[in-house]
Design a protein around this ligand. Structure first.
Ligand code: GUN
Length: 297
């Protein structure tokens, strides 16, 4: 079997087009422009690339983008003060503080200082709690992107066995909540899981979000399974050239899976598209306007 490719670029383009259409209507009929503030502390090269890309796509969707770049040695107090200012800024509907933060800053304190209504990452404890109890919340962008691709491909997910590899707050845990809300039977695995291959081998849906290059092999998985690869790992080939690979070994898994997301061009583009969706949703909720019918949560 050769797996069908789930094209994240195509999915994300459609999503961004829907967001842009909705933004046009908001501007015209309600004189409101959604605004996203992105805060970057330090000079981590990967974070700089992501932040640039977020800003560019925010503007392409017709929204306002506000970038705040702070030095690596910015104090936690100064960062909290900026977040507080953004919380009170009526032009800003979404706030994203790029992670990881420098070691001297308490990430939880910063995340939980963001107004939950502007928390477009969905990382604030109140959004985490709302999602866990199946209530209306801000949904973290990467898991939301994975879910939209899964639902776009399968329709209903009810009754499917889903195995998540990785238990991070950013992906693994919220992904589990989202799939539970879709009535999947969910298993979350991690570094201490026994017989990982056997557990993965039972799955109809596998979400690989562990950060280990090409860990999941073709002989681990059930024939016809759907593989969502969240990993982005930079590896060096034998000729010294660098390339990006996921947490899934594409060459072997694509021979066994029913469907698979590529790296790059799978989950990555969906994450930013979902950030735009969340910013639009935050703006609509603020003014009690009809939310886009993009996500049902
Ligand atoms: N760093 C890696 N992924 C993310 C994300 O989804 N949100 C934020 N804020 N930082 C990240």
């Amino acid at each position: 079997m050769v797996a069908e490719i789930i094209d994240g670029k195509l999915f994300s383009r459609k999503l961004r087009d829907q967001v842009a259409e909705h933004v046009t209507v908001l501007k015209k009929e309600h004189k409101v422009t959604p605004g996203l503030a992105v805060v970057l502390v330090g000079e981590d090269p990967a974070s700089q690339v992501y932040v640039r890309s977020k800003g560019k796509q925010t503007i392409e969707a017709g929204m306002n983008s506000y970038e705040h770049k702070l030095n690596e040695d910015t104090s936690e107090a100064d960062l909290l003060e900026l977040v507080n200012r953004l919380n009170g800024d009526d032009e800003v509907h979404g706030i994203l503080v790029q992670l990881p933060l420098p070691k001297h800053i308490n990430e939880d304190a910063v995340i939980n200082s963001i107004d939950p209504a502007k928390d477009v990452d969905g990382f604030h404890i109140s959004n985490v709690g709302l999602l866990a109890t199946g209530q209306k919340s801000m949904v973290p962008c990467t898991p939301l992107g994975c879910l939209l691709m899964l639902k776009g491909f399968h329709g209903t997910l009810a009754g499917m066995d889903a195995v998540i590899i990785g238990r991070s707050n950013i992906v693994g845990k919220p992904m589990a909540q989202l799939l539970l809300n879709e009535s999947c039977t969910v298993t979350v695995t991690h570094s201490r899981t026994k017989n990982l291959e056997e557990v993965v081998g039972r799955a109809d849906i596998i979400i690989a979000a562990v950060g280990r290059a090409e860990m999941v092999k073709g002989d681990w998985i059930k024939s016809g399974a759907t593989l969502i690869d969240v990993g982005i790992n930079r590896v060096e080939g034998s000729d010294g050239s660098k390339r990006l690979v996921g947490d899934v070994q594409f060459s072997s898994c694509s021979q066994v899976a029913g469907a698979i997301t590529p790296v790059p061009g799978g989950v990555g583009p969906m994450t930013i598209a979902c950030l735009l969706v969340n910013t639009l949703v935050a703006c609509c909720r603020k003014y009690k306007l009809i939310e886009p019918d993009i996500i049902s949560n």
